[in-house]
Design a protein around this ligand. Structure first.
Ligand code: GSH
Length: 228
């Protein structure tokens, strides 16, 4: 069995940024699997295992091609069922809540701050593509988007909510990390790999949890290369 994760890279092929790619990597690590990552840039589409899908992550498991982080997680959980990502229906329900919280509360502010920074660190050959596709999506320039009033306040409010479970629990999964932790940590890995700037205040309980997440799997997240 050969597991290969096709992983989005910036100008430096060792800087891997994408939140869904991070989710897939945490999932593979959780299962204790050996896997290889293959860096691909935004415009490297001809090397994507599924060019029509055109997005990463993509996992290849021997001859099978699995696109989309949700399908990768389902595939891994089906095939390697001894270490489930969530063990009870309550944990799965909580994971659905955290996914919705990310989309509604954290991502709007974070994306506003991050797009312009991803563009700055993208490969020269990717910059025009990244700007065009993202500006079409947001309906303004990356710079106007980054200047949206209230991004910092929005993120800090979201993090106050996230600190509520983390004041009392080591992980969102309780004593051990589960799929909720991997899902919520993934955008913070995006930020960490793209920029070292302090963009907003992080509550102590959230910062301590992020440190625990960085330490998991022999410090896989902590060791990940960051853009210069
Ligand atoms: N729903 C997909 C989202 C994948 C996705 O949007 N990936 C982005 C990177 S975060 C991508 O590969 N974009 C390529 C492009 O914009 O051309 C998943 O969870 O895998």
């Amino acid at each position: 069995m050969t597991l290969k994760l096709y992983d989005l890279a910036l100008a430096d092929p060792d800087v891997r940024i994408s939140p869904p790619c991070w989710l897939a990597k945490f999932a593979l690590l959780h299962k204790g699997l050996d896997f290889e990552t293959v860096p691909l840039r935004f415009t490297d589409k001809e090397h994507y295992p599924d060019k029509d899908h055109g997005k990463l992550p993509i996992l290849t498991d021997s001859d099978e091609i699995i696109c989309d982080s949700a399908n990768i997680i389902a595939h891994l959980d089906r095939k390697f069922s001894d270490k489930p990502f969530a063990t009870t229906a309550a944990e799965r329900a909580a994971a659905d809540f955290y996914q919705a919280w990310l989309s509604a509360n954290l991502y709007p502010g974070l994306v506003g701050m991050m797009f312009v920074r991803v563009h700055a660190t993208a490969h020269e050959d990717d910059k025009a593509y990244f700007r065009k596709t993202r500006e079409e999506r947001i309906g303004k320039t990356l710079e106007e988007f980054a200047a949206t009033p209230g991004l910092k306040v929005q993120i800090e409010a979201a993090l106050q909510t996230l600190s509520a479970p983390l004041v009392r629990h080591k992980f969102l999964g309780g004593i051990e990390p589960n799929i909720s932790d991997y899902t919520v940590m993934s955008p913070f890995m995006w930020q960490r790999c793209v920029t070292s700037e302090t963009l907003y205040e992080t509550p102590q309980a959230v910062a301590a949890w992020q440190e625990r997440m960085l330490d998991l799997f022999d410090g896989y997240g902590r060791k990940a290369k960051r853009a210069a």
